[in-house]
Design a protein around this ligand. Structure first.
Ligand code: HEM
Length: 408
C-alpha cells in the first residue's frame, strides 16, 4: 500500500491498521491527518516523544482549540470533573501516582497470584460445565472479561453484584476515547456516567464509614488527610483505575489467544514452555489493546525525515501510534510475525513509556499469563469456531467474540 493516510473513519483501517501504519511509516512518518493531528509512526519518534519533558498529556494545553460541537462537548465534560492521572503533568501527576504505586509494584502484584488463579479456575470450571451441558465456550464472556473485572473489583473493594450494568457503562465510556466519537456516543456516555457516578458515590460514602484494607480505603484516607487528594480527584481516580483495570486486559487475553490460535507453532511453544514475561511482551507488541495516545508539545519541536526538518508548533496535537511503533521493522525484525522468543520483545510500546507508563502493566501481564496458561493446561484441544468478531474500535483494539471448541 503506498497510500499514506491516517483515517480512522475508514472501516478497512479499523479492521486492520497495520498496512496503513506501514505505509505511513515508510512514506510520511510525520503525517498531518485530515483532522489536524500530527501522526507519528516511527519507533524512535514515538519513544522519544513519550519520554520527553517537552510534551504535555493535558489536551487542554492544545492551542489549537478545535471549535466544533464534539470538541466543545468534550471540553465541557472535562471542565466538570477533576483531571485524571492520565491527563496530568508533574507535579500533580507525581502526587497522584505516588498514592497508589505501592499497590502495583511487581511484588505487590505477584502476591495476588493465588486470587487471580482462583478466579481463572472458577471461570474455566463454569465454562467447561456449560460445554458439557451442550453450550459453547466464548472466550471473552467466559474468561477474558470476568477475571480482570473480579480482580480490580477485589483490589479496590468494589461490590460486584451489578456486573452487567458496570460492564456496559464502562464500554460506553471508553468508546469516547475513539477518534471517531460523535455526538450520539457522547450522549450515551453521559447517560452511562449518570449511572456510574451515583454508584461510585454510594460505594465511597459507604466505605468512609467502614474503612478496610483495600485500595479505595487508602485513597479515602489520603483524601481525608486533605493535602494529597481532593474529593473530585478521588472519584476520577477510582473511575480510571476501575475502567482501566478491566477494559484493556480483556483485550490482551482475547487478542493474544487469537494470535496464538492463528500461529499453531507458537501455541505449542506455550504448551511446552508456558507464557513467560517475554512471551507476553511479544503478544503486547504483536496486537496490543491500546493503539495510540496523544501528547501536546509545550515548546516548538522538530522531526527529521530524510534531509527534511519538520517543525511542529507548541500546542499542536501529536498522536503517537504505539501499534505502528511496535511494528517498526528498523527495531523488530519480521515485525508482523509472532515470535514468542523474540529477543527484544520487551522494547514494545504497548504500555507507552515515560512518566505515564502503564501503572497496571504487571497486573495485566499476570492476569494474561494465568488465564492463557490455565486454559491451555486444562484443555489439550482448543480450536477456533468460526470467525471471531472485533470491536469496531481503534484506540482500544480488541476481539469482541471468540468462540472456542475445547476438549480435555
Ligand atoms: C493489557 C492491558 C493494558 C494496557 C495495554 C494498558 C496500556 C496503557 C497505556 C498505553 C498507558 C499510557 C497512556 C498514555 O501514556 O497516554 C496506560 C496508563 C495507565 N494504565 Fe494501563 N494498560 C493496561 C492495563 C491496565 C491495568 C490492569 C490497570 C490498573 C488497574 C491500568 C492502569 C493504568 C493507569 C492508572 C494509567 C495512567 C498512568 C499514568 O498516567 O501515570 N492499566 N496504560
Amino acid at each position: 500500500m503506498s497510500q499514506a493516510v491516517f483515517n480512522p473513519f475508514d472501516p478497512a483501517f479499523r479492521a486492520n491498521p497495520h498496512p496503513f501504519y506501514d505505509a505511513l511509516r515508510e512514506h510520511d512518518p510525520v503525517h498531518t491527518s485530515l483532522g489536524g493531528l500530527v501522526v507519528l509512526t516511527r519507533y524512535s519518534d514515538v519513544a522519544t516523544v513519550l519520554r520527553s519533558n517537552d510534551y504535555s498529556r493535558d489536551v487542554e494545553k492544545s492551542a489549537k482549540r478545535l471549535d466544533n460541537p464534539i470538541s466543545n462537548r468534550m471540553r465541557e465534560r472535562r471542565r466538570d470533573s477533576a483531571k485524571s492521572i492520565l491527563n496530568l503533568d508533574p507535579p500533580d501527576h507525581s502526587r497522584l501516582r505516588r498514592l497508589v504505586s505501592k499497590s502495583f509494584t511487581p511484588t505487590a502484584i505477584e502476591a495476588l497470584r493465588p486470587m487471580v488463579q482462583h478466579y481463572v479456575d472458577a471461570a474455566l470450571e463454569a465454562a467447561e460445565q456449560r460445554v458439557r451441558d451442550g453450550g459453547t465456550f466464548e472466550l471473552i464472556d467466559d474468561l477474558a472479561f470476568p477475571v480482570p473485572f473480579l480482580v480490580i473489583s477485589a483490589m479496590l473493594g468494589m461490590p460486584i453484584d451489578r456486573e452487567v450494568e458496570l460492564r456496559e457503562w464502562s464500554q460506553v465510556i471508553t468508546r469516547t476515547l475513539e477518534p471517531t466519537t460523535g455526538l450520539a456516543e457522547l450522549d450515551e456516555a453521559d447517560a452511562a456516567f449518570g449511572g456510574l457516578l451515583p454508584f461510585l458515590d454510594e460505594v465511597i460514602a459507604d466505605r468512609r464509614r467502614n474503612l478496610g484494607s483495600d485500595m479505595l480505603s487508602s485513597l479515602i484516607t489520603a483524601e481525608e488527610a486533605g493535602d494529597k487528594l481532593t474529593a473530585e480527584e478521588l472519584v476520577t481516580f477510582v473511575l480510571l483505575l476501575y475502567i482501566a483495570g478491566h477494559e484493556t486486559t480483556v483485550n490482551l487475553i482475547g487478542n493474544s489467544m487469537l494470535a496464538l490460535l492463528r500461529a499453531p507453532d507458537q501455541l505449542n511453544h506455550v504448551r511446552e514452555h508456558g507464557l513467560d514475561s517475554n512471551a507476553i511482551d511479544e503478544l503486547l507488541r504483536f496486537d496490543g489493546p491500546v493503539q495510540h495516545t496523544v501528547r501536546v508539545p509545550v515548546v516548538p519541536v522538530q522531526f527529521q525525515v530524510g534531509d527534511r526538518v519538520i517543525e511542529v508548533a507548541a500546542g499542536e496535537r501529536v498522536l503517537t501510534s504505539l501499534g505502528a511503533a511496535s511494528h517498526d521493522p528498523s527495531v523488530f525484525e519480521n515485525p508482523h510475525q509472532l515470535d514468542l522468543r523474540r529477543a527484544n520483545a520487551n522494547k514494545h510500546l504497548g504500555f507507552a513509556a515515560g512518566i505515564h507508563y502503564c501503572l497496571g502493566s504487571a497486573l495485566a501481564k499476570l492476569e494474561a499469563q494465568v488465564a492463557i496458561e490455565s486454559l491451555l493446561h486444562r484443555f489439550s484441544h482448543v480450536e477456533l469456531v468460526g470467525e471471531p468478531s472485533w470491536r469496531d474500535r481503534l484506540t482500544i483494539r480488541g476481539v469482541d467474540r471468540l468462540a472456542l471448541a475445547v476438549a480435555r
